[in-house]
Design a protein around this ligand. Sequence first.
Ligand SMILES: *Cc1c(COP(=O)(O)O)cnc(C)c1O
Length: 425
Amino acid sequence: MNMIFDGCDTTLLAKKYGTPLYIISQSTINERIESIQQNFLKKYPNTKAVYASKAFLPMAMCKIIQRGGLGLDVVSGGELYIALKSGFDPKMIEFNGNNKNYKELELAIKNDVGRIIVDNLLEIKWIEELSNKYNKKTYILFRIVPDIETDTHDYISTGHKSSKFGITLENNFFFNTFEQVMKSNNINIKGIHFHIGSQLHDNKSHLNATRKTLHLIKDIKMKYGYDIEELNIGGGFGIKYTDEDPVKPIEYFIDPIMNLIDSFCLDHRLERPMIITEPGRWIIGEAGMTLYTIGSIKENGQTKYAAIDGGMTDNIRPSLYQAKYAACLANKIDQSPDEIITLSGKFCESSDILIKDIKLPKIATGDLLAVYATGAYTYSMASNYNGQPIPPVVLVNKGQDHLIVKGQTYDDLIINNLIPKYLEV
Ligand SMILES: *Cc1c(COP(=O)(O)O)cnc(C)c1O
């Protein structure tokens, strides 16, 4: 029996488009957006949700996000370019990142991007310059370092004291910066932003960071009489990759945070700012699946390997931070697990192991492997290592399939190559 994903037979998709193949379920994305609408945007007034586009950003995704009524968070000129080319409303775009360069800021300011999330002094200088040059008012939030420890992999933790992201709250540095920008004619301070890390299953870090930021907002009001109108609490809500991940609904994070904010503002007679959140993987992660064909099968020492026709070039997360995934044999969905096997990628790194010791039905060359929850940080992190073309992306929706990114060809690998004349003999 074959596996069906959003109404589509996965083995037919593999035949039609080849493997490796990224598949994205629009029904799952729609459910996630609907949940954000019901449990955040409609439930609490004066709120906004922006999708963290670095998780996955083909132009079709921009369209889905815009139709869902969400904004878009970009972190580079390239992501901003994709968003603008797709026709995304610039007012609904916010620009994040810890080292935006002059050209990137120019693209943002020229195109009236809604918010710039400021990370450092250099970019303040450039924003000032560019806003003058183009005669624009630029609306910013300060990204602060909340100095919060998070219970996640070090590589996806971003809110600790010595994080490379944000403006430190130590030694009055933040207030000095704030005072400097307050004097600016064309930079308008809208709010405060934090993002503490990714794949979090516990709401404690968000609550701690929110509490700290609320005190900061109160201090700003007391010191300067300045009202912070927006508080951006970042993203990072965890999803289910394997059965070991506890599944938490979005309300588990949102409700306690909103309660904390409401009661703090009431106690301190502050007007409650607009609350913004930036979910990335929570929207796209579980909507994705990757299909591979099984090639060589062998036993080395104690380990039985089955090799897939992709690996770290289409999903670097297992090699990068030991990310865990679950999978099944899509053409043998009715067969029960029979052996323990390690699924290896085909690239020249020992860390290119997709899943260690997974229980699968008796595996054979030519079987179709389906890996779950691969929507986030896979396609967007893909590379051409070992001369591997980046696979196509197919959007599936209740039995319909649509190619949204063509697969690269070998010709794409050399399209930007030049050979100096003297090397041509
Ligand atoms: C990566 C990132 C997010 C999204 O993180 P997820 O774990 O995908 O939800 C949100 N905000 C900022 C600033 C980020 O860098």
